[in-house]
Design a protein around this ligand. Structure first.
Ligand code: HPA
Ligand code: ZN
Length: 326
């Protein structure tokens, strides 16, 4: 994907990015070597060749296998430092970054190790380049709600480093209501709320309805299937709910980027944003996502500016930072 000069230079804000999904083959191999972990890949090309997924579950298998090389605080530091440098190179000024602590604590890496490495890298990047990154704790929906609740309690001492909570992983059979008590507690603790309603999942519109009415989210990650139900679109518009869409990711796990759906919602006035999701796996960081969407739809410079305004608007940055970004 060719990134044109306007997209390259545009100041950007990204709200749907999984830090574990930024683990590039090069770093994956380096961390495996550093930690004495055997991977069945001879080189970077072999790692990439294994990324032959065509659905959310087949992606998730590679995603969880890949993160097994993340063990020490330094590993998490290096992961976040690499993303922050890449983001800065694309003129991303601000990002809200998902992390999946349960994917690490479930294999014996402590919550403390994960969050200290990530936040130290983001603090250093902020000082070095001005790039601001904030963390969103994402619960894994294919684990039990009790594990999510225990993880939320584990996160409480680190509240100042976590702006909100989300929900990701395999959506099939794992509706929002499964986590109603977890999200209610998170809200009471002062966290902002979002969750994935992934593209073309079973019962998608029902899940969006639950996210809005039972959970009371402020944003939905993906969520373009709302178009299937006019009442959902009306409620999303009326309540000012933001959508964090991910065109290149959509194109990998479904038949297309959902570009026309994204544009329809944008034209209706929904606070639509464009994001990269898991850029090491769905090839393209946020600039490439914007460029791909622009190429598909013929977006104008003004459209691209409006997408960034939407992102600042629905971000959870404090008002003073929003002013700075605008
Ligand atoms: N959807 C669900 N789970 C995920 C995703 C996603 O886009 N990225 C990382 N885990
Ligand atoms: Zn995602």
């Amino acid at each position: 994907i060719e990134v044109d000069p306007f997209v390259a230079g545009l100041p950007k804000c990204e709200l749907h990015l999984h830090i574990e999904g930024t683990l590039e083959p090069e770093l994956k191999l380096a961390l495996a070597a550093r930690n004495g972990i055997e991977l069945p890949y001879a080189d970077q090309a072999a790692v990439r060749d294994a990324y032959a997924f065509d659905s959310l579950p087949s992606f998730l298998t590679q995603y969880y296998e890949g993160m097994s090389v993340l063990v020490t605080e330094q590993d998490f530091y290096d992961l976040a430092a690499a993303y922050a440098a890449k983001a800065h190179s694309q003129n991303v000024r601000y990002a809200e970054i998902f992390f999946d602590p349960q994917a690490h604590t479930a294999r014996g890496v402590s919550f403390d190790t994960v969050i200290r490495g990530l936040t130290r890298a983001l603090d250093d990047a902020r000082r070095a380049t001005g790039f601001r990154g904030h963390l969103i704790l994402c619960f894994l929906r294919d684990f039990q709600a009790e594990f999510a609740m225990a993880t939320l309690v584990q996160a409480l001492p680190y509240k100042e480093w976590i702006v909100g909570v989300g929900l990701d992983s395999d959506e099939k059979g794992n509706p929002p209501v499964k986590f109603a008590a977890v999200f209610a507690r998170a809200r009471a603790e002062g966290f902002r709320l979002t969750m994935h309603c992934d593209i073309d999942q079973e019962n998608t519109t029902e899940h969006i309805r639950q996210a809005l009415d039972v959970i009371g989210v402020e944003r939905i990650d993906h969520g373009t299937n709302a178009l299937e139900d006019p009442q959902l679109v009306e409620d999303i518009l009326g309540r000012g709910i933001g959508l964090t869409t991910c065109p290149i990711s959509n194109g990998v796990v479904t038949a297309g980027m959902k570009a026309t759906e994204i544009k329809r919602l944008f034209d209706l006035g929904v606070k639509v944003t464009v994001n990269s999701d898991d850029p090491a796996y769905f090839p393209g960081y946020v600039a490439e996502n914007l460029a791909a969407l622009r190429a598909e739809l013929g977006l104008t410079d003004a459209d691209l500016i409006q997408l960034q305004r939407n992102a600042i608007d629905i971000s959870w940055a404090p008002p003073a930072v929003k002013d700075l970004l605008l």
